[in-house]
Ligand binder design. Structure first.
Ligand SMILES: Nc1ncnc2c1ncn2[C@@H]1O[C@H](COP(=O)(O)OP(=O)(O)OP(=O)(O)O)[C@@H](O)[C@H]1O
Length: 372
């Protein structure tokens, strides 16, 4: 059965000294003027579900100004089980508890998954490759603990390698770190490519629906060593599955071939941190040729595909956290989003203006006017 958040309670979190929302149903619409604290609630729910904040906030930013610590709690149930997830933040640590017992974030990953959609996500297609990799990693970290660990390890290794390259360290030291880059980097590329391969079918199907059978969307994950990508030959890569051994070998070769370039540039240029994700409309790179409307449709389809993948892998519908996106979407895309919300995912959605919502939906929602 699907888990539902019944009650949320925040103390000294962001602008809230104390906030309690109870009897939360399927759809909660949080309405209020700018800067009242709507996004803060979305962020709080994300911290208790995905165990991360899309704002990448520090503890200091999360704790209410003038307070020593913050506490966030959610009571969650699926009709049988009752789960109390709590997060305590202070100046030295971020501690999670499940039913009163301390837990590592890794142990709670995937327990109550969520998918967040904010206006910043609308840059997913035309923004930097870093943003697209980060979006994929955020999903991977929720659905697979090893993905999460491998990603953190890889980030550490690359930071170390970049430091060595910047300091013009001995080549033997860089070589030694490359061993880790190869092991962890090939694993991360394989995890990402496999996850992306799961996203593509729902992504394509949802895009077709949103665009009302318009142009055809495809998407490709391109490892940094794949030089066919350099000539923009994306369609040839569409069906390229990546095997672990093949990834290792290709990475070894590319690191050897580009070692001099890495030394010259003083930073690492090959590895999972330089992999690309490209969306194609009728075979053309959507970041270069797609209209703003098409790019937004891809992002919306991508978010809905994320939710579908979470459900497929964790057998649980994720909580949807939609921050002020209705005002950014036109009627057709809004309708597609509402349709997705109505498939049984618990949804929290913020707005400064209820006029973006149709009355039917509002009638079925719990509308919370802030401040309460
Ligand atoms: N650590 C903190 N302590 C106290 N107040 C904070 C803290 N962090 C953020 N705030 C306050 O929270 C408010 C912003 O809240 P939030 O981002 O949730 O707004 P919002 O309702 O989503 O606004 P908008 O509709 O403009 O996006 C600001 O007034 C800000 O000063």
């Amino acid at each position: 059965m699907t888990l539902r958040i019944n009650t949320l309670e925040f103390r000294n979190f962001r602008n809230y000294e104390h906030l309690r929302l109870s009897d939360l149903g399927e759809i909660t619409v949080l309405v209020g003027r700018n800067a009242i604290g709507k996004t803060n609630i979305i962020e709080g729910v994300q911290l208790l579900t995905a165990l991360s904040s899309f704002r990448h906030a520090t503890r200091e930013q999360l704790i209410r100004h003038g307070s020593e610590s913050a506490r966030l709690e959610a009571s969650i149930s699926d009709g049988n089980r009752l789960l109390d997830v709590a997060l305590t933040l202070d100046s030295v640590s971020r501690r999670y508890q499940l039913n009163g017992k301390g837990k590592r974030p890794a142990d709670l990953k995937g327990l109550v998954p969520s998918v967040v959609f904010t206006p910043d996500d609308l840059n997913l297609v035309k923004g930097s490759a870093t943003g697209r990799r980060a979006a994929l990693d955020a999903l991977g970290s929720q659905v697979n603990k090893s993905y999460h660990t491998v990603r953190l390890d890889y980030e550490k290794v690359i930071r170390h390698k970049n430091r060595l390259l910047k300091e013009e360290a001995d080549a033997a030291l860089v070589e030694a770190v490359n061993e880790m880059v190869i092991t962890v980097g090939s694993q991360l590329t394989c995890y990402r490519a496999a996850l992306f391969a799961r996203i593509i079918p729902p992504l394509v199907e949802k895009y077709r629906h949103i665009s009302q059978n318009g142009e055809t969307l495809s998407a490709v994950y391109i490892p940094s060593w794949d030089d066919r990508a350099e000539v923009g030959n994306y369609p040839a890569l569409l069906d390229a599955a990546i095997q672990r051994d093949q990834a290792r070998e290709a990475l070894v070769r590319a690191l050897r071939e580009r070692a001099a370039e890495e030394r010259r540039r003083g930073r690492s240029v090959v590895g999972a941190h330089a992999d690309k994700i490209v969306f194609l409309l009728d075979g053309q790179d959507a970041s270069l040729y797609g209209s703003q409307g098409q790019q937004r449709s891809i992002v919306l389809a991508y978010k809905l595909a994320e939710a579908a993948v979470v459900e497929e892998l964790l057998e649980q519908k994720p909580v949807l956290l939609l921050d002020d996106v209705m005002s950014e979407l036109d009627g057709v895309r809004r309708a597609a989003l509402v349709e997705a919300m109505e498939r049984g995912s618990q949804t929290f959605i913020t707005t400064a203006n209820l006029a973006y919502f149709d009355q039917n939906m509002l009638d079925r929602s719990n509308v919370v006017s802030l401040p309460i």
